[in-house]
Design a protein around this ligand. Structure first.
Ligand SMILES: [Zn+2]
Length: 325
């Protein structure tokens, strides 16, 4: 059977989030919406429209541990015998959620944000936004979690879905691909618009973070190679022609990256200067998304060897790498 889309409200500007329901041979829900009461009510109604109640669910599968995708997992397992299935690398975000959120907050506050050179007020807004996300995370007890590996398969709707690790928007994100029916549950990896490459704190034992947008580009290429007839995204309506969507996104990213390089060649060397020009269409308080994208373009340019980063008085500066003869 095909996944049944249940659209749930979120408190965020991106609008709704999708959960996907399989009713046969067992009742499986992929992603849950956030923990807010209106999202829960919409989920209960959406399930009821297919003759299902939360207590009937036997498996909750999470694409990635962001609060809009797993916020109601705890409530579902409290009302049912369901187990929560999630990629092994994402499981800690369900288990030790407050520890990890604290690590991220510390990284933003003490390392990442000071180096951006952004004013204290903007930095506080970003830390406060992170704090709000943390408050929406509800942990899941270990005995109710079944971690899965990339490269394996999940059985949903009577078919085998390949588990593909697609870092970029979240380092722990997985998508599910059904090769016979050519369906892709694409989470927030492939949406109609480019998802935000969120800056994450470095993995344990490492000093540097993983650059998110370069990872996203590689994940995009991996999805482009798949034969897909129908995409079931984490937000928005299902769509087909995934290659056209991917081509459009790549073109957009390439052109913004080129614009960023041009500005650096003109002598703009700091994040606040670049943000001011490239995101002038957004009000200063709403530029967090812009910041994540800009950091992504800079990561790509550094990866390409076109730009180098230098720290001056604790703030990152970006300079063009001269063309070698
Ligand atoms: Zn999402």
């Amino acid at each position: 059977m095909d996944p049944i889309r249940i659209e749930l409200p979120t408190g965020w500007s991106m609008g709704s989030v999708n959960a996907y329901l399989f009713t046969h041979p067992e009742i499986i829900l992929v992603d849950t919406g956030d923990k807010a009461e209106d999202a829960w009510e919409a989920l209960v109604d959406g399930l009821a429209a297919h003759g299902v109640a939360p207590r009937d669910i036997s498996r909750v599968v999470i694409t990635h541990p962001h609060v809009d995708h797993f916020g109601s997992a705890r409530r579902i397992i409290d009302e049912s015998d369901a187990m929560v299935w999630i990629f092994e690398q994402g499981a800690p975000w369900l288990l030790e959620s407050s520890t990890l959120w604290e690590q991220r907050a510390n990284y933003y506050r003490d390392h990442f944000l000071p180096r951006t050179g952004l004013p204290a007020e903007t930095r506080q807004l970003i830390v406060a936004g992170n704090e709000q996300l943390r408050s929406m995370a509800v942990s899941v007890p270990e005995e109710r979690i079944i971690p899965f590996r990339a490269g394996g398969e999940l059985h949903m709707g009577g078919m085998g879905w390949q588990i593909i690790h697609t870092p970029g928007h979240a380092s722990t994100q997985t998508v599910f691909y059904q090769p016979e029916t050519r369906q892709l549950i694409s989470a927030d990896m492939l949406l109609a618009v480019v998802p935000v490459p969120i800056v994450e704190h470095p993995p344990a034992g490492r000093r540097d973070r993983d650059p998110a947008l370069p990872q996203f580009m590689r994940s995009l290429a991996a999805l482009e190679a798949l034969e897909v007839d129908r995409v079931y995204p984490g937000h928005g309506r299902p769509f087909d022609d995934h290659r056209a969507v991917i081509a459009r996104q790549r073109e957009r990213i390439e052109s913004r990256k080129a614009q960023c390089l041009e500005l650096i060649r003109e002598g703009k060397s700091t994040i606040p200067e670049l943000l001011e020009i490239m995101y002038s269409h957004q009000p200063p308080v709403g530029r967090v998304t812009g910041l994540w994208m800009l950091v992504g373009y800079l990561d790509l340019l550094i990866d390409d060897g076109l730009v180098r980063e230098e720290e001056l008085d604790g703030v990152s500066r970006y300079y063009p790498v001269p063309d070698r003869p």
